[in-house]
Every structure is written in structure tokens, then in C-alpha cells.
Ligand binder design. Structure first.
Ligand code: NAD
Length: 513
């Protein structure tokens, strides 16, 4: 049986291996999930909530081992594995366990039309069925678990495909869920490359929805694979997130936020700060401070104590980052810090890089980088800053820094699914809030009640009492119906003048009962 080797991106050491699924294996996993899903859904949300909390307990107990695995497979500093992957997964599991039942609760709808006075309307959430969750590598626990847990909690069965870069974390998630009491066929893991295994999940006639997190080009393929079957798909895609600094922003806070937002996980965060816009009068100060601080970040293996930034994930990522830096330099930008590979550490350790003198003709300002460089651009007016921030095909998240009220007003003008004021990135770890992008950054949401809504169908049950009189609009279409409708329309929508036709409407109605 072919296997997939998991390698440490810092040194190419083999960490472990997993069997690769064939297209037949995918078909079998989906068929088993389809058979098992109705019983899982029938258990009810309260039962499923208990499994979520058990998963949380298990993750907390095994956090050191899991964090090390995340760091070894993805390269990030160990502290980031704990602080982002583990913490946000614990938060998601807790949120579903404690609040999910309420969020999935059927909602009664009040009907305003008096003709429907005796009707009851309730909107329920029903699971889609079998949901394929396809995940990226950059937060291999958090991003995958959010999708898998949300879909499972809503009563779906899940067939999960982790990234080929992080198969062992993917395997851990499914093993842990099974240990937490989720039946084996309800959650399964199929490992292998996207074009074969991922595509088989998307194209399967028996998957009822796809929750995809990854790049825009692959997202496009997933969307078109789903389109012919009208299969619901949630797409959490790339970003090119702007950070807009207002003239009265607190300098030290803003510099610290930009540095972390740009370089955490070596910039390989969908919502990383990828463009920094500062007032022209303060450009020099920001460039100088950020160049100094970026040069001071400590690079190393993620498991080494004190490491602040690890390698990028693979050689393709190195090419993209260096290619954007070269493109910017060729078009007149200046590398203020970094810009090179740290050969002493390995071929994938890129120095945290600060670029100045950039503009929107450069790929570093228009294409997703997903790596450690931060271009800084000056603006003259607030309108210009907003226009620059919005001048992008992406719309995942953004941040505005400055006096709270003023910054919130600017935030409202930014085209992005999430805009944070005086901080960046943190909302992924707030599962009560929606997460998802505008424009090419995706469709749908993956958190909180918005996430639950997207992995369920809504079903409206409209109930009329069994012993009710016949509805007045039933056949025959005769003169009484005409006068009833005419009086009714005027009564319902004619304001004070129309109210006078109320008695006639009631009279005509009674005649038809
Ligand atoms: P990717 O698109 O290369 O791969 C994502 C997943 O899709 C992997 O599991 C891959 O094997 C699979 N895949 C590849 N081809 C496929 C196909 N034809 N059909 C089905 N599945 C296929 O992305 P990546 O390099 O793993 O992750 C980085 C990207 O993900 C970046 O663009 C980043 O911005 C984005 N991302 C977005 C979010 C978000 O929440 N919006 C979060 C994390 C990462």
C-alpha cells in the first residue's frame, strides 16, 4: 500500500508515515459515513455536545504531545502551536459543547399577516448529510478541527482530508474524536494528494457538502466541482490583509502588532498582515522601528527554546516569497531588513523582511505572499488609505489602528469579512464570531452559529391546526373571493383609509369559510 511520508520542513527529517487512500477507499469511507449519519443525527445535539467536551478534555491532556507534532510537521515555534492551534481548538470544542445546542435550536417565527393568525412557523436546522472537510497545513489542528467539529456537531458525518504536509496531525484529530465517542464510520480520515483524494471527495455523488480551507486556485476548482451538483460549499480562502494605521495610533502598540501580525507562523497565516499603510509623515519612523524589530527576531527550529520564527513550509513557498521581493526591488522598492535565506539554518529559513517604497504595481502588494515579508506604504489622506486597503481581489480580514471611534468608522469602510480595531488576527480564536472572507477570499462562514448554519439546511415547518376552517383563497375563484381579496388588500396595506374596509373583509371571509 502506498504511503505518505511526513517531513519536518526545517530539516526534511521523516517524522512518520500514513497509508494513502485510493479513490476506492474514498468511496468506501463516504458510503460508510452515509450509512452511519442518520443514527448520529438522531442522537441529538445534547449527546453530540458531550463528545465535543470529551474531545476538549483529551486535547488538553495530550496538548504537549500534539503541540510538538504540530511544530514538527508545520515548522512553527512550539509556543505558537500551543497558543494558536491548541487554544483555538479547545475554544471551538468548548463553544460547541456549551453553546452549540442553543445555536442549533429551532427558531419560532412570528407571522404578521392576520390571514395566517392560526398558523405556526418554526425554522429547524437539519444536517446536510456527509460533509467533506478539506484542510490546509498552516494551522493543521485548529483549521481542520473547526470544520470537522462544527460539521459533526450539527449532525453530519465527516470524511476529512488533511493536507499532505501535515498528515499526522490530521490522523490525531480523527483518532481523538473516535476516542471521544464519535462512532468510527461517522468520522474518518482519507490521506493523499488533493488532485486525487480531495477531488474524489468533491466529485462524489454521496458527499452532501464540502468545507474547504485553502488557496484561491484550489477553491475555484472545488467550487466548480460542486456547482454541477448544486452541492453546498464553504470556501475559506487566501487573503492579502491590509493594516491601516491612523495618524493618532499608538506607535509602540502598532509596531508590536504589525510585527506579530506579519511574522507569526513565518507569515503563513491566511489573515497575516500583508500590507501596512501608514501616514506619510510617520513612514520613516514606522519603517525604521519595524526593520530594527524584524532583524531582531530569532529564527530557528520550532522546538528550540526561544525560537520566534521557523522555516516556511516548502520550496515552493521560498520561491514565492523571494520572487515577490525581487519583483518589488526591480520596480524600485527598498529592502529595509532581511531579504535573504539563512543558509546556516537551512534552505527554508527566510529572514523576516521589511520593504519600503512599494506600490500596487508590485506583486508583494497584490498577490498573497503567505510568507515572512511586510511591505510598508505611505498614504496622504484617509480616503486614499481606505481606497488602497480595498484595492485588492481579496477580502478576508483587515485591521485599523488608532483612536477607537475614528478607527471603527474607518473599519466600516473596509471590504473584508473581519475588521479588527487596534489588534489583528485574534478573532479566529473567538468561536462565537463568524469567520469568512469577501471577494476572492471565499464564501460562507466557519465559526459560531454562522458556521453551524452553513453545514445545515434550514427547514421551515409551517403548521396549520388540524381542525381549522378551509383557507379562504381555495377554489372556487368567484365574486366573493374577488371582493374578499380587494377588501383584504386595502385593509392590510391601505393604512388608515384601508382600515375602514376591515369589517367588509371579515364579512367576505366568513362567507367563504
Ligand atoms: P491548498 O489550496 O494548496 O491546499 C488545501 C487543501 O486542498 C489540501 O488538503 C490539498 O491537498 C487540497 N487540494 C489540493 N488540490 C485539490 C483539488 N483539486 N481538489 C480538492 N482538494 C484539493 O492550500 P495550502 O497550501 O494547504 O494552504 C494555504 C492556503 O490556504 C493559503 O492560500 C491560505 O491563505 C489559505 N488559508 C485560508 C484560511 C481561511 O480561513 N480563510 C485559513 C488557512 C489557510
Amino acid at each position: 500500500m502506498p504511503t505518505l511520508k511526513s517531513r519536518d520542513p526545517a530539516n526534511d527529517e521523516v517524522i512518520g508515515e500514513v497509508p494513502v487512500a485510493s479513490v476506492t477507499d474514498v468511496r468506501d469511507a463516504v458510503a460508510a459515513a452515509k450509512a452511519a449519519q442518520p443514527a448520529w443525527a438522531a442522537q441529538g445535539a445534547e449527546e453530540r455536545a458531550k463528545r465535543m467536551l470529551r474531545f476538549r478534555d483529551l486535547l488538553l491532556a495530550q496538548r504537549d504531545e500534539v503541540a510538538r507534532l504540530i511544530t514538527r510537521e508545520s515548522g512553527k515555534p512550539l509556543i505558537e502551536s500551543h497558543m494558536v492551534d491548541i487554544l483555538s481548538t479547545l475554544e471551538t470544542a468548548k463553544h460547541l459543547g456549551r453553546h452549540g445546542v442553543e445555536e442549533l435550536r429551532p427558531r419560532k417565527v412570528r407571522l404578521h399577516n392576520v390571514l395566517l393568525y392560526d398558523r405556526r412557523s418554526t425554522v429547524h436546522r437539519r444536517p446536510l448529510g456527509v460533509v467533506a472537510v478539506i484542510a490546509p497545513w498552516n494551522y493543521p489542528l485548529a483549521l481542520a478541527s473547526t470544520g470537522v467539529l462544527t460539521a459533526l456537531f450539527a449532525g453530519n458525518a465527516v470524511v476529512f482530508k488533511p493536507s499532505t504536509e501535515t498528515p499526522l496531525v490530521g490522523k490525531w484529530i480523527v483518532d481523538a474524536l473516535r476516542e471521544s465517542g464519535v462512532p468510527e464510520d461517522v468520522v474518518s480520515c482519507v490521506q493523499g494528494d488533493g488532485a486525487t483524494v480531495g477531488n474524489a471527495l468533491v466529485e462524489s455523488p454521496d458527499t452532501d457538502g464540502v468545507l474547504f480551507t485553502g488557496s484561491v486556485p484550489v477553491g475555484r476548482k472545488v467550487a466548480s466541482g460542486c456547482a454541477s451538483r448544486f452541492k453546498p460549499n464553504i470556501l475559506e480562502l487566501g487573503g492579502k490583509d491590509p493594516m491601516v494605521v491612523l495618524p493618532k495610533a499608538r506607535f509602540d502598540l502598532t509596531v508590536a502588532g504589525a510585527l506579530w501580525g506579519a511574522f507569526t507562523n513565518a507569515g503563513q497565516t491566511c489573515a497575516a498582515v500583508e500590507r501596512l499603510y501608514v501616514p506619510r509623515a510617520q513612514e520613516e519612523a514606522y519603517v525604521k522601528a519595524l526593520a530594527e524589530k524584524a532583524a531582531g527576531l530569532r529564527l530557528g527550529h520550532g522546538l528550540e527554546k526561544g525560537t520566534q520564527m521557523g522555516p516556511v513550509i516548502n520550496d515552493r513557498a521560498v520561491e514565492t516569497v523571494l520572487g515577490q521581493i525581487k519583483d518589488a526591488e526591480r520596480k524600485g522598492a527598498t529592502v529595509e531588513a532581511g531579504g535573504h535565506i539563512r543558509d546556516d539554518l537551512g534552505p527554508r529559513f527566510i529572514e523576516p523582511t521589511i520593504l519600503s517604497g512599494v506600490d500596487h504595481t508590485m506583486t508583494c502588494m497584490t498577490e498573497e505572499t503567505f510568507g515572512p515579508h511586510l511591505p510598508i506604504m505611505a498614504y496622504d489622506t484617509l480616503d486614499e488609505a481606505v481606497a488602497l486597503a480595498n484595492d485588492s481581489e481579496f477580502g478576508l480580514s483587515a485591521s485599523v489602528w488608532g483612536p477607537t471611534r475614528e478607527a471603527e468608522a474607518v473599519a466600516a469602510r473596509i471590504q473584508a469579512g473581519t475588521v479588527t480595531v487596534n489588534d489583528c488576527l485574534y478573532t479566529y480564536a473567538a468561536p462565537e464570531t463568524p469567520w469568512g472572507g469577501w471577494k476572492h477570499s471565499g464564501i460562507g462562514a466557519s465559526h459560531g452559529r454562522w458556521g453551524l448554519e452553513d453545514v445545515t439546511h434550514w427547514q421551515h415547518i409551517g403548521t396549520s391546526p388540524a381542525g381549522r376552517a378551509r383557507s379562504p383563497w381555495y377554489y372556487p375563484y368567484d365574486e366573493t373571493l374577488e371582493s374578499f381579496i380587494d377588501a383584504g388588500l386595502r385593509f392590510l396595506h391601505g393604512g388608515a383609509a384601508g382600515a375602514a374596509s376591515g369589517p367588509r373583509a371579515i364579512w367576505e371571509w366568513k362567507k367563504r369559510l
